[in-house]
Ligand binder design. Structure first.
Ligand code: GTP
Ligand code: MG
Length: 139
């Protein structure tokens, strides 16, 4: 079955939304396969966000993501990649639909990067790559 890599980003962790995110994943019917709390290193973030290197929001994004603890989660279930992206909502939390994680809990704080509570893999290849970055032992 499919796996996806989810991160509760530093804003979500600091606001105490980790349990809320886990509850929504479980209520949707996906299984938790791995879970860890850690403060990301620059190396992990450079690997994770390689596709965004050179974009105007890249440096603020890496600074934000290394600013405190995150919860890294591997979830499991048929079409969970697409399913979690749907639970998360649109990237811009101001526009994300109410009912989604970003729509219910996110907003614009006037920061140079969109603080949007969660990350979810966007394709099977990215999920495999990202799981390798955050959980080297899982491969
Ligand atoms: P992730 O699940 O975090 O990967 O979000 P996403 O897939 O919805 O967005 P994407 O991968 O395109 O961008 C990664 C992160 O960079 C986003 O979650 C935002 O935090 C930030 N970001 C993306 N696009 C923009 C943008 O246009 N402006 C700003 N300020 N931040 C952005
Ligand atoms: Mg993305």
């Amino acid at each position: 079955t499919e796996r996806s890599l989810v991160l509760v980003k530093p804003d979500g962790f600091a606001r105490g939304l980790t349990g809320e995110v886990l509850a929504r994943i479980e209520r949707k019917g996906y299984r938790l396969a791995a879970l860890a709390i850690l403060t990301p290193t620059r190396e992990q973030l450079a690997a994770h966000y390689a596709e965004h290197e050179g974009k105007p929001f890249y440096e603020p994004l890496v600074a934000f993501m290394s600013s405190g603890p995150v919860t890294a989660i591997v979830i499991e279930g048929e079409r969970c990649i697409e399913g979690f992206r749907s639970l998360a909502g649109a990237t811009d939390p101001t526009k994300a639909a109410p009912g989604s994680i970003r729509g219910d809990f996110g907003r614009d704080w006037g920061k140079p990067v969109q603080e949007n509570i969660v990350h979810g893999s966007d394709a099977p290849e990215s999920a495999a790559r990202e799981i390798g970055i955050w959980f080297p032992s899982l491969g």
